[in-house]
Unconditional design. Structure first.
Length: 212
């Protein structure tokens, strides 16, 4: 909101299976159940757990249940516009080696009513992975954004244009006149048996409602 925040680094560990994924860092653990279409987030700083449907419209049902018919109509119209978006992936004729991987450049653009996310993505085919599973994982990460889950099939088709695993990406998010930049770099990739408790939630955390 007009304030400059210092940069920070996070080491993130992700595990992908055929029907679930988990993304962990020192601040948060996020579990995405693809079959049940539920996202659960454990906040390690606040010691809280929040679960919500991947379908953002279902999250809004709680918001409008106590509204008058007129308020509901206005709210639904506004939210309908907010959830309109467009995802486009463009392959570039640029290649370079990042770390130990040979990479191809892509530009991904996500346009929404509230702003735009521009991403420069470098992906490699040196890493062998199930393409459908990886596309499902990438779409699952985007599904946390309003409007994405309702159009997940279209999102996956566009994401599949990126051939391979993301090795490095830079994102510029422009929302309501404000700009935020971030980058993600792959440090290690391996196929292994996931720890037995990898999808467990922390004990003693308080279950909270994200839409109260």
């Amino acid at each position: 909101m007009g304030n400059t925040q210092p940069a920070q680094d996070l080491i993130v560990e992700s595990w992908i299976t055929s029907n679930k994924m988990v993304v962990m860092n020192k601040k948060q653990k996020t579990i995405i159940d693809i079959d049940k279409k539920i996202i659960t987030m454990a906040n390690h700083e606040k010691k809280t757990i929040v679960s919500m449907p991947m379908d953002f419209s279902k999250n809004m049902d709680k918001k409008i249940e106590n509204m008058s018919p007129e308020e509901k109509a206005i709210f639904q119209q506004v939210m309908g516009k907010m959830m309109q978006f467009n995802v486009k992936v463009e392959e570039k004729n640029e290649r370079k080696k990042i770390g130990k991987w040979n990479c191809q450049k892509y530009i991904q653009t996500i346009e929404m009513v509230m702003g735009t996310i521009n991403s420069e993505i470098w992906a490699t085919q040196d890493i062998k992975i199930d393409k459908e599973l990886y596309a499902k994982y990438s779409a699952g990460m985007l599904a946390q954004m309003p409007g994405m889950s309702q159009n997940i099939s279209a999102v996956m088709q566009e994401i599949k244009k990126i051939n391979g695993v993301h090795v490095y990406s830079e994102q510029t998010i422009i929302m309501m006149g404000q700009s935020m930049k971030s980058s993600v770099e792959l440090m290690e990739f391996k196929e292994d048996k996931a720890p037995i408790n990898i999808f467990d939630l922390p004990a003693g955390y308080k279950q909270t409602d994200a839409f109260k």
